[in-house]
Design a protein around this ligand. Structure first.
Ligand code: HEC
Ligand code: HEC
Ligand code: HEC
Ligand code: HEC
Ligand code: HEC
Length: 462
C-alpha cells in the first residue's frame, strides 16, 4: 500500500528542538533528508529494500522496445560507466565518505535508497545487480514527487521521492495492467522529473555544477512546453523539426507486447552527446545517435570578411548559433565537456593552413589560443578545476544559451602577396579532454573522439 504520511521525518526535528538540541543549517538538512547530501528519498522517509524494485529485464518482457532502447543508453550505463567510477573513487579519497551517497544518489539511486552500493578507498565498487542498473525503469516509474533541498530552492541533487511498491507511474490516464498497478502522473510529462538529476549543485557552496534544467527553464522551449522528453525520447533526426516548429512530437507506437498502441509514444532512446563511453562499452548505435544530435545542434557562419585592410591582416567574424539544443551548448557537466572553434586559413592551392586557431597538439591538448565555449569552474583558491567536489564558483561561462549566438572576431596576419585565401571554421566537440582519458580511463593508445558539429568556409579573392 501507498503510505503518504512520513511522520517520523516531520517529528524528529520538532523533538530535537523541544529537547533544546541546536540545529545547524546543514544538520537540519541531514535530519530532513535521510540520504543527505543526496536528496533522493522514499515515501516512508527511510531505507527501502532492493526486493521492492523490479529489474529492467523483467519490465522488458512486456515493454520490449523501451527495454531495447534504454539498455544501450547512458542511463543504463550511468553506474558502470568507467569514467564515473574512476572519478567517484577519487572524490571519495579527496572529499571523504559523503561523496559515496552524493554521487550514487544519481548514478545509482536505487542502490542509495536500499543502502546497497558501496565504494572502497581502493576504488573497488560493490553493488547488487539492480543497484548497478543505473537510471533504470523502476526508478523513474516509481517516482511520486519531486523534493527540494528547502522551499524555494531549484530542483536537483536527485530530489525525487519514490514508492516502488505502489502503482507504476506513467503519462496515460487510461492505461491498465494486470501485472502491476498503473497511475497517471503529470510529472512524467514534465521536465521536472529529469531536472531532479540534471541540475547538480555543490552541497556546501551551493554552486551549480550542472544546470541543464535551469538553462532549459529560461529558454523558449520551456515557454512552449517543449520538454526534455520531446527531444531526448525521440529519434535524434526529429529534433531539428521539433526545435524549429516548437510542436511536440506525436509518434505512434506499441507500448507493450500486447498490441497496446498509443500516440504519442516515447521511444526510450535518451540520445545525448556522449560518443566515447557508449563506444567503449560496445553501444555503437547509441554513439551514432549522439553524433547525429551533435551534428544537428549548431550552425557556424563566417561574415564581415575584410581581406588585407592595408596592413597585411585578414579580419572576419565567426558566428556560432545554438540552433536546436533546448539548453546551453554545451550543457551538463560542461566543466569537463569541450566545445571549441577550429579556424584555419589556407592560401592559394596550399593543403596545409598558413594560420590556425584550435588545433590539437601531439598529446591531444587543444591550442591554448582557441576560443572555447564552456563553464570555467574554480576551487576555493581560485584555481581552475573540473572536479565537482572542488568547485567553489563558476568564474566564466561562455556556453551558448538556447537559440542564441556567440560571435568571435579573428584577425589573421597574411602575406600581402600570394593567391586567393580560404577560411574554414569548424565547431568541434569532445566529451572530455585527452588528459582526463589518459588519467582515468587508462587505456593505452586510446584517443578521445572529436566530433565536427558544424562548419563553414569562404573563399577570399584578392
Ligand atoms: C529517465 C527516466 C525513465 C527511465 C529510465 C525509463 N522511463 Fe519509461 N517513461 C519515462 C517518461 C518520462 C515517460 C513519458 C514520456 C512522455 O509522455 O512525455 C515514459 C513512458 C513510458 C511508458 C509509456 C509508453 C510511452 O513510451 O510513452 C512505458 C510503458 C514505459 N515508460 C516503460 C519503461 C520501461 C520498461 C523502462 C525500462 C526499460 C523505462 N520505461 C525506463 C521515463 C523513464
Ligand atoms: C506482464 C507484462 C508487464 C510487465 C512485466 C510490466 N508491464 Fe508495465 N504495462 C503492461 C501493460 C500491458 C500496460 C498497459 C499499456 C498501455 O495501456 O499502453 C503497462 C503499462 C505500464 C505503464 C503506464 C504507461 C502509460 O502509458 O502511462 C508504465 C509506466 C509501466 N507499465 C511500467 C512498467 C515497469 C517500470 C515495469 C517493470 C517494473 C513494467 N511496467 C512491467 C505490462 C507489463
Ligand atoms: C535519477 C537521476 C536521473 C534522472 C531522473 C534522469 N537522468 Fe538523465 N542522466 C542521469 C545520469 C547520472 C546520466 C549520466 C550517466 C553517465 O554519463 O555516466 C544521465 C544522462 C542523460 C543523458 C545523456 C546521455 C548521453 O548519451 O550523453 C540524457 C540525454 C539524459 N540523461 C536525459 C534525461 C531525460 C530526458 C530525463 C527525464 C525523462 C532524465 N535524463 C532523467 C541521471 C538521471
Ligand atoms: C529542443 C530540443 C531539446 C530539448 C528541449 C532538450 N534538449 Fe538536451 N540536447 C539537445 C541537443 C540537440 C543536444 C546535443 C548538443 C548538446 O550537447 O547540447 C542535447 C544534449 C543534451 C545532453 C548531453 C550534454 C553533454 O554535452 O553531455 C544532456 C544531458 C541533455 N541534453 C539533457 C536535457 C535535459 C535534462 C533537458 C530538459 C531539461 C533537455 N536536454 C532538453 C536538444 C534538446
Ligand atoms: C544530481 C545528479 C548527479 C550527481 C549528484 C552526480 N552526478 Fe555525475 N552526472 C550526472 C549527469 C546527469 C551526468 C551527465 C551530464 C552530461 O551529459 O554532461 C553526469 C556525468 C558524470 C560524469 C561524466 C561521465 C561521462 O561518461 O562522460 C562523471 C565523471 C560524473 N558524472 C561523476 C560524478 C561524481 C564523481 C559525482 C559525485 C561527486 C557525481 N557525478 C554526482 C548526474 C549527477
Amino acid at each position: 500500500m501507498f503510505r503518504t504520511t512520513p511522520l517520523p521525518r516531520l517529528w524528529l526535528p520538532l523533538v530535537l528542538l523541544l529537547l533544546g538540541v541546536p540545529l545547524a543549517a546543514s544538520g537540519q538538512d541531514e535530519v530532513l533528508h535521510h540520504f543527505y547530501p543526496s536528496l533522493i528519498d522514499s515515501n516512508t522517509g527511510g531505507k527501502l529494500n532492493l526486493s521492492d524494485f523490479t529489474p529492467a529485464r523483467q519490465c522488458g518482457e512486456c515493454h520490449d522496445t523501451m527495454y531495447r532502447n534504454w539498455k544501450v543508453s547512458m542511463h543504463a550505463r550511468a553506474f558502470d560507466d568507467p569514467l564515473f567510477q574512476a572519478v567517484w573513487a577519487e572524490a571519495l579519497q579527496q572529499a571523504g565518505p559523503d561523496m559515496e551517497r552524493l554521487c550514487a544518489g544519481c548514478h545509482s539511486a536505487i542502490g542509495t535508497l536500499a543502502e546497497f552500493v558501496w565504494i572502497r578507498e581502493s576504488g573497488q565498487v560493490i553493488a547488487d545487480n539492480i543497484a548497478a542498473e543505473g537510471v533504470t525503469c523502476d526508478l523513474c516509474h516509481s517516482v511520486v514527487a519531486v523534493k527540494l533541498l528547502r522551499k524555494g530552492e531549484i530542483t536537483g541533487n536527485a530530489g525525487l521521492i519514490l514508492d516502488p511498491t505502489g502503482p507504476k507511474r506513467g503519462p496515460s490516464s487510461d492505461a491498465s495492467d494486470v501485472f502491476h498497478g498503473v497511475a497517471e502522473s503529470k510529472l512524467h510529462r514534465s521536465s521536472d522529473l529529469c531536472g531532479a538529476c540534471h541540475n547538480i549543485f555543490h552541497p556546501v557552496s551551493h554552486t551549480r555544477v550542472a544546470r541543464t534544467h535551469q538553462e532549459w527553464q529560461q529558454s523558449i522551449y520551456a515557454e512552449n512546453d517543449i520538454t526534455c522528453q520531446d527531444c531526448h525520447m525521440v529519434p535524434p533526426e526529429l529534433v531539428p523539426g521539433i526545435a524549429h516548429s516548437l510542436k511536440k512530437p506525436a509518434l505512434p507506437g506499441a507500448t507493450s507486447v500486447f498490441e497496446t498502441f498509443r500516440t504519442p509514444f516515447y521511444p526510450h532512446t535518451f540520445s545525448g552527446a556522449n560518443v566515447p563511453i557508449p563506444e567503449l562499452l560496445g553501444n555503437a548505435d547509441h554513439a551514432a545517435d549522439a553524433r547525429t544530435l551533435l551534428q544537428q545542434a549548431a550552425s557556424v557562419t563566417i561574415t564581415d570578411v575584410e581581406p588585407d585592410p592595408g596592413n597585411g591582416t585578414l579580419t572576419f567574424l565567426v558566428t556560432v548559433r545554438n540552433e536546436h539544443a533546448g539548453h546551453n551548448l554545451p550543457t551538463g557537466m560542461n566543466e569537463i565537456r569541450q566545445m571549441w572553434l577550429d579556424v584555419r586559413v589556407f592560401q592559394g592551392e596550399g593543403k596545409e593552413p598558413v594560420w590556425r586557431s584550435g588545433g590539437l597538439d601531439e598529446a591531444g591538448r587543444i591550442d591554448p589560443e582557441a576560443r572555447l565555449f564552456r563553464a570555467l569552474a574554480v576551487d576555493a583558491a581560485g584555481r581552475p578545476t573540473w572536479k565537482p567536489w572542488e568547485v567553489e564558483r563558476i568564474a566564466e561561462d561562455t556556453s551558448i544559451p538556447a537559440k542564441q549566438s556567440a560571435k568571435v572576431e579573428y584577425r589573421v596576419p597574411v602575406a600581402a602577396a600570394g593567391g586567393p585565401l580560404r577560411v574554414e571554421a569548424t565547431l568541434r566537440y569532445r566529451s572530455f579532454s585527452q588528459q582526463i582519458a589518459d588519467d582515468y580511463l587508462k587505456r593505452d593508445g586510446y584517443w578521445v573522439p572529436v566530433i565536427a558539429m558544424a562548419s563553414a568556409r569562404v573563399e577570399v579573392a584578392r
